[in-house]
Design a protein around this ligand. Structure first.
Ligand SMILES: Cc1cc2nc3c(=O)[nH]c(=O)nc-3n(C[C@H](O)[C@H](O)[C@H](O)COP(=O)(O)O)c2cc1C
Length: 175
């Protein structure tokens, strides 16, 4: 399985990106994971759906080439970041032929005291709307203050959970 991963945070020291890097480490060969960047995507504009800007086409192609997608999202003001919604809107189009249609997907992430679970609930709903088959469980909402010290993951239970999510996603995509 080839799994494309997307961080909903584009900041350089993103802990959601760190979660995705740890997710990749839990994968056993021959499975592979690749982080796909979203920061250079322009604002979504339906006028530019087809032909799309080259950066959008590359993003869509990366998703199309994947067997499954993992998205790690922070919580911004009780929702997920607009940057991520913008990327999903590009990937969802053209209608009926979007790169996300029929794709298996898992949602993870982290944030403050609630671990960003509100953002994940919203993201799951939107991925359903994009035609994804979202892995129902396990859920992983990481409280970053507890799990990371100086940007380094210190809670081994998180790695174990990431491994279970990888196993679940691969099993679901294999069926
Ligand atoms: C604009 C903004 C809004 C935020 N709102 C929330 C929030 O509603 N709930 C929460 O748990 N954390 C909130 N946070 C904290 C982020 O979840 C936290 O900074 C997290 O580490 C960001 O993820 P990252 O490390 O991948 O960039 C907010 C952060 C920012 C910058």
């Amino acid at each position: 399985m080839h799994i494309v991963t997307i961080s909903g945070s584009i900041r350089a020291q993103s802990l959601n990106r760190a979660l995705l890097q740890e997710f990749a480490r839990t994968l056993a060969a021959p499975h592979t994971a690749q982080i796909v960047e979203i920061q250079d995507l322009p604002h979504y504009n339906q006028d530019n759906e087809e032909p799309a800007p080259a950066v959008v086409t590359a993003f869509r192609t990366a998703i199309q080439s994947a067997d499954a997608v993992v998205i790690a999202t922070p919580e911004y003001n009780h929702g997920y970041p607009g940057t991520l919604k913008n990327a999903l809107d590009w990937a969802s189009r053209p209608y009926g032929k979007g790169a996300l249609t029929g794709k298996h997907a898992a949602v993870i992430g982290g944030g403050g005291g609630t671990g960003g679970i509100r953002a994940q609930i919203q993201l799951r709903q939107v991925l359903n709307g994009c035609g994804c088959h979202v892995l129902p469980r396990p859920e992983l909402a990481v409280r970053f203050h507890d799990a990371f010290k100086d940007g380094v993951l210190v809670d081994p239970k998180i790695s174990e959970m990431l491994g279970r999510i990888a196993d679940g996603l691969i099993a679901q995509a294999s069926r």
